[in-house]
Design a binder for this molecule. Structure first.
Ligand code: AG3
Length: 282
């Protein structure tokens, strides 16, 4: 018997992956957590039936979530990750010697435990002494934080359920207050193929929260809706410029990356016409 996993992306399209077995299944207080062993993409983490990450293509997502804002900032020392319980974003942040402290604010302890158990290549840096894990809703933590973070990385799920608040103007205002001068926010911002309205709303909510600039960028992710994904960086002072940035990663770490490099940093901000036009109109 063959076992196939399906995630429906719209009523007429989706992703199908052949699976070898179900590795783990549990219902946490927040969501259904499943780990499947796929034939093509290695282990895959699902939350409420949606693909969060796979061993084979997670590097694209996590490198593109972390390295563009880290390069644009240049010297982020104190970073907050909202969501990201699998540890992939933390792993990428800890490549930088300038990082002094990472707070990982994950609502669901069972996601962290699942990642530690079944995804060691993503989660192995979660035990690092520079990392503090707080099990709380991101907005609750942010309301208590003033002028403390250089960078806030929003590694959320889709804007449904608990993650919905992480896409609101109120949330971005709380981010702004929690950032120090010259602070940056970076957020995953869904698929340009299926979620242009979400992308537009995020940009207008971030602008309404009075960030000086917000810039979307993209990369391909084979297991996410549309196979094409977006993120955005927002700066509280000045333009988020990718011009003539030297790498702030040590050479050995830069050489280890599988997707990001300084050419990609520039290229990722070049948007295809359909997206440019949609965003220009708003
Ligand atoms: N966060 C974004 C996942 C969104 C995928 N959506 C979907 N499959 N419908 C991933 C978290 C990885 N750290």
């Amino acid at each position: 018997m063959e076992l196939w996993f399906t995630e429906k992306h719209t009523t007429g399209a989706g992703l199908v992956l052949k699976c070898k077995k179900t590795v783990y299944s549990a219902q946490s207080p927040f969501q259904q957590i499943d780990v499947l062993e796929t034939e093509e993409f290695g282990r895959m983490l699902l939350l409420d039936g949606l693909v969060m990450t796979t061993e084979r293509d997670e590097f694209i997502y996590h490198e593109m979530l972390v390295h563009p804002p880290m390069h644009i900032h240049g010297n982020a020392r104190n970073v907050l990750v909202v969501g990201g319980g699998d540890g992939g974003a933390v792993r990428e942040l800890l490549r930088y010697p300038c990082i002094e402290h990472v707070t990982l604010c994950e609502i669901d302890k069972e996601v962290v435990e699942t990642a530690k158990r079944f995804f060691p290549t993503l989660s192995y840096k979660l035990e690092d002494p520079k990392v503090e894990i707080v099990y709380q809703d991101g907005s609750t933590l942010l309301k208590k934080s003033k002028n403390c973070f250089d960078l806030i990385v929003i590694d959320s799920t889709d804007p449904i359920g608990a993650a919905k608040t992480l896409f609101t103007r109120e949330f971005y205002s709380a981010c702004k207050k929690a950032l120090v001068n010259k602070g940056i926010v970076c957020a995953q911002s869904e698929s340009p193929i299926y979620h242009i309205e979400i992308i537009k709303d995020m940009i207008s909510n971030i602008k309404a929260a009075q960030f000086d600039s917000v810039r979307p960028y993209t990369a391909p992710i084979p297991t996410y809706p549309g196979g094409f994904w977006s993120w955005m960086v927002a700066c509280i002072s000045g333009h988020c410029s990718d011009n003539e940035i030297p790498s702030t990663l040590p050479a050995d770490q830069y050489a280890k990356l599988k997707y990001f490099n300084l050419d990609i940093l520039k290229a990722a901000f070049c948007l295809p016409n359909f997206l440019k036009r949609a965003l220009d109109k708003s």
